[in-house]
Design a protein around this ligand. Structure first.
Ligand SMILES: Cc1cc2nc3c(=O)[nH]c(=O)nc-3n(C[C@H](O)[C@H](O)[C@H](O)COP(=O)(O)OP(=O)(O)OC[C@H]3O[C@@H](n4cnc5c(N)ncnc54)[C@H](O)[C@@H]3O)c2cc1C
Length: 410
């Protein structure tokens, strides 16, 4: 297993420069248009598919980078280009990872290609967990999946919300309650194939930021999927539920299951931290450039410590955020235990930095920063998502506080 390093090797530098080139040449120039249109940027996703950035292969290669830096590096560069478009490109990957992590070989082989489509006919996928009354509190989930043994089918009913690509996806991954007595341990994930009757898009949300990324409700009314669409298969689910019931009977805390779930979140959260670093770095670069060229009182505004020190702080915070993200990403691939919730730490810090740095960038650009003529206005709006999705900042603090104290902090 690779030791932790901050030095990218030649292969990684090549990949980084390739992704950066795509972000600079294709994503960034399209950012303002798709933000205004508030629509999925299909032509940009198609371009990404043509060059190989929109594919499972691309993800797998970055994911299996033994240094752990492949995914954070890719995320930072894509989100440096534009957060809304980048989320449209990586959103499918988030759903695909659920299938790769929990699905059988057959499920992976059948459904992943349908999630991406082909470069000539690109498709997207959605991961649907959140509900109107179950956001941070996943245990309050109500969407129900009931097994119809006679037909070997699962019947899904409920309403999902805030689903990235919800309703426009070719394949939806839906988390539902299969055993209400077991809380979150009674949840399971289902593949809903293209065109399945009963799945419809509800409200499409008009958002504050990442407006090129489609976010919508997904309504499930007597949605029937074959038994083969239960991720991981029925045998594995039955075993898991039996173990959970046994633990509940014996008064066990389910510590092992809890730890496994936590390790998964700790490993995935740094990727969101890396997205935030990308947006923060983009805004910082615009602000630095502007401060060196904008003249007031007969000198560039960066000649004032009041401006230069802000830029010094912005850069310091961004680099610190990246270090936390890289540390947690390396820990995940190296199999190091997250004894201080280092994954949550990286997401918490980087997302808060992105909000702060993009606000400072708006301030440094003055009136121009407040207009849509300059990209920092959009970056500031986009950055607000990072402290909300994949666990809010408060939930990250809760996880860190519980982990470092070993106390049931509420
Ligand atoms: C653009 C966008 C895309 C999304 N994409 C997806 C997706 O693809 N799939 C999906 O399943 N979900 C998705 N989500 C949902 C997202 O994960 C949730 O919004 C998030 O988990 C927060 O849930 P909530 O909005 O219900 O907020 P709530 O849980 O209602 O929280 C509201 C406020 O209360 C605070 N709070 C709640 N509980 C506590 C506590 N115990 N202690 C302290 N503070 C607390 C929160 O931190 C927050 O500030 C997306 C959301 C957005 C906005």
């Amino acid at each position: 297993m690779a030791e932790f390093t901050m030095e990218l090797n030649d292969d990684q530098k090549q990949v980084r420069d390739w992704i950066h080139g795509f972000a600079a040449d294709v994503i960034r120039p399209a950012a303002a248009e798709w933000d205004e249109r508030e629509e999925t940027p299909w032509p940009v996703i198609q371009e990404a598919a043509k060059v190989g950035i929109y594919s499972l292969d691309f993800y797998a290669q970055q994911f299996f980078d033994p240094t752990g830096l492949g995914i954070p590096m890719a995320m930072e560069e894509l989100f440096w280009g534009d957060a809304g478009i980048a989320l449209s490109i990586v959103g499918t990957g988030l759903a695909a990872i659920g299938v790769v992590a929990n699905g059988t070989e057959e499920q992976i082989g059948t459904w992943i290609p349908q999630m991406y489509g082909t470069p000539d006919d690109v498709k997207v996928a959605a991961f649907c967990s959140s509900e109107p009354d179950a956001g941070s509190d996943v245990g309050a989930m109500r969407t129900r999946a009931v097994y119809d043994q006679a037909k070997d089918e699962w019947v899904l009913n409920g309403t999902k919300t805030w689903a990235t690509n919800g309703g426009i996806a070719n394949v939806h991954i839906v988390v539902a309650v299969v055993d209400p007595d077991l809380g979150t341990k009674g949840h399971a994930s289902f593949i809903v194939p293209p065109g399945t009757p009963g799945l419809t898009q509800g409200q499409k949300f008009k958002k504050h930021g990442i407006r090129a990324s489609h976010t919508a409700e997904v309504v499930l009314e007597d949605v029937r999927v074959p038994g083969s669409c239960l991720l991981g298969g029925k045998e594995k689910l039955d075993e898991r539920l039996a173990r959970a019931h046994e633990r509940a009977r014996s008064g066990g805390s389910g510590e092992r299951v809890k730890n496994a779930a936590m390790a998964t979140f700790e490993a995935s959260r740094p990727a969101v931290g890396a997205m935030a670093v990308g947006t923060a770095r983009a805004a910082y670069e615009v602000a630095l450039d502007y401060a060196k060229t904008r003249t007031q009182f007969g000198r560039p505004i960066i000649d004032n410590q009041g401006v230069a020190f802000q830029l010094a702080d912005m850069r310091t915070q961004i680099d610190a955020a990246r270090l936390l993200v890289w540390r947690a990403s390396w820990m995940a691939v190296a199999g190091r235990p997250f004894t201080s919730a280092e994954g949550s730490m990286s997401k918490l810090f980087a997302s808060e930095v992105a909000k702060k740095v993009t606000a400072q960038a708006v301030q440094i650009l003055g009136g121009n920063g407040f207009t849509r003529e300059y990209p920092v206005e959009r970056m500031h709006r986009d950055s607000a998502i990072y402290t909300i999705f994949e666990g809010t900042s408060e939930i990250q603090r809760l996880v860190i506080a519980r982990t470092i104290s070993d106390m049931p902090i509420r």
